[in-house]
Design a protein around this ligand. Sequence first.
Ligand code: FER
Length: 325
Amino acid sequence: MKKEVKFLVAALLASLTFVGVCAAQEQTERPFANKLSAIDVNAPIKAIPREYAQPAQERGELVRVDYPVGDGTKYAVVYLPYGYDAAKRYEIAYVMHGGGDNQNMLLGAPGEPGNGFKNAIDNLIEKGEMSPIIIVAPSFYSGDRGDRGMGDAFRGVQEFPKELVEGLMPTVEEKYSTFADSTSPEDLAKSRGHRLFTGFSMGSLQTWLVLTQQMKYFAVFVPLSGDYWIGGANPRGASPNDKADAIAKAIEEQGFGADDFIIYAATGSKDIAEPNMTPMIDAMKKNDALFGKNMIYRVKEGGVHSFPAFQEYLFNVLPELYKPE
Ligand code: FER
């Protein structure tokens, strides 16, 4: 090879390496790293104190956001923290309800802050116990079907991961300021470290489905009272090891490893999901290389499969994951 050509090849390789390193650094922005290390998994899960359920002085706003799905539209309820400022960047948490519920169940509907959980979030932020974040409450049901059978839930959770990344995320994160520089798939992926998915019961199944299919866009997962049903429908006969292996395989097939995500799982000792979830988590823990350092699991003593339990888990988990600096 001629000297000049060698030089050109070397320069090209050096610049490619440089671009590669920059890309890797962007990919590896990991604000979620170390979030779990300070959490005592044996500490009791706190009930929501009565005063936190009262309206705060500084109240966030609930807005309805319509987004495209196929030929139609669906909507999500979006919580904007008090003093939301489009010039700032916000962490964002997507929260999925359980079977039979809807977009309004967790936080309330716009103008009707519902059952006190929104007040609890307002209060946590007002008291400086949690950073202001954006919370998105969508539904896996199709708005116009209005049906609520188990088959609809199975279909809904299976269809949702695609509509999440193609319709909901781009619409919400275009409208409101998150860590995504734009709503291109590349920028949404680049900001994955600042994006959480959680849900209760069928919403927990939804969380496992998002983890196994859309980890490209999410790094923080909070499955509450629900195990992974392979593919989305109840996998009769799948053992805890089968499920753990399927989750591990899906993570690896998406090109991710132990440093790329965290899982904060929880349920109650009397929850109908506990006998499903605990053995699956135990099977996952056997894969120490993938889950050893980045997964925790808390079980609330006496906790049952109920909406108040869902609220309690989030009330405990969100301030831990979004500790003010
Ligand atoms: C589970 C137990 C119960 C679970 C889901 C449910 C995804 C849902 C029950 C219902 O909607 O009635 O382990 O995991």
